[in-house]
Design a protein around this ligand. Structure first.
Ligand code: HEM
Length: 186
């Protein structure tokens, strides 16, 4: 399946309110916040380890996961949220689909991450309420953007599963289905 990552980038930005001003702010505060992100990752995995449903997915790979996760988290304050970021997050989503991680782990995980970033932001910028509030909104937009683009993989894999099921039940070949689909105009 081919993807229009440009369109997905614009769509995700419109939904999450990730503006150019927020992207600039995230990169501006990067040097201040990045040193605290290892601790955020540590608390993320210790919280995940206490949830019975997530534990089995962590066993034997927690050190590797921590390293990948910290790198992703740091990227929020370094990278541009452009087409190539969207494509990379789509691929990260696909890795989760392939290891059969339930879809709610994505939104649950991002909620934990946001909650752990809040006290870090307050400790850094709490003496300036206006800046603090802008930084919190910018982070919320960036994590929301990452969540939306990761979850797109889940959506497409569930459509592909439905199609496989339909072909199996109907006995129709994939080639016939593709020919019919390309001839169909609504
Ligand atoms: C919601 C925020 C999350 C982010 C941003 C995230 C990020 C990542 C990244 C960047 C990778 C590496 C992908 C690659 O190989 O290129 C990865 C892989 C993985 N993540 Fe996540 N993740 C999240 C949530 C979770 C949760 C909640 C779990 C499990 C409880 C989880 C389990 C895994 C597993 C099992 C892999 C595959 C590791 C392997 O290849 O052995 N992730 N994740």
């Amino acid at each position: 399946m081919s993807h229009d990552f440009d369109q997905l980038t614009q769509y995700a930005k419109s939904f999450t309110g990730l503006t150019a001003e927020y992207e600039e702010l995230l990169q501006e505060i990067g040097p201040q916040i990045i040193p605290s992100l290892k601790t955020v990752t540590e608390s993320f995995y210790s919280q995940l380890s206490s949830i019975p449903e997530t534990k089995p997915f962590l066993e034997g790979r927690i050190d590797a996961l921590r390293a990948m996760h910290t790198q992703w988290l740091e990227g929020l304050f370094i990278n541009d949220f452009d087409t190539s970021y969207t494509e990379s997050m789509y691929k990260v989503g696909d890795v989760h689909v392939k290891v059969k991680l339930p879809v709610e782990f994505m939104s649950g995980g991002m909620t934990l991450i946001n909650s752990q970033l809040i006290p870090v932001v307050i400790s850094l910028f709490g003496d300036s309420p206006d800046k603090c509030s802008k930084v919190l909104s910018a982070i919320n937009a960036a994590t929301g953007f990452s969540l939306l683009t990761m979850q797109q993989s889940y959506q497409e894999s569930s459509l592909a599963e439905e199609l496989e099921k339909f072909l199996k039940i109907s006995g129709m070949s994939k080639v016939l289905f593709s020919n019919l689909a390309s001839a169909y105009k609504d």
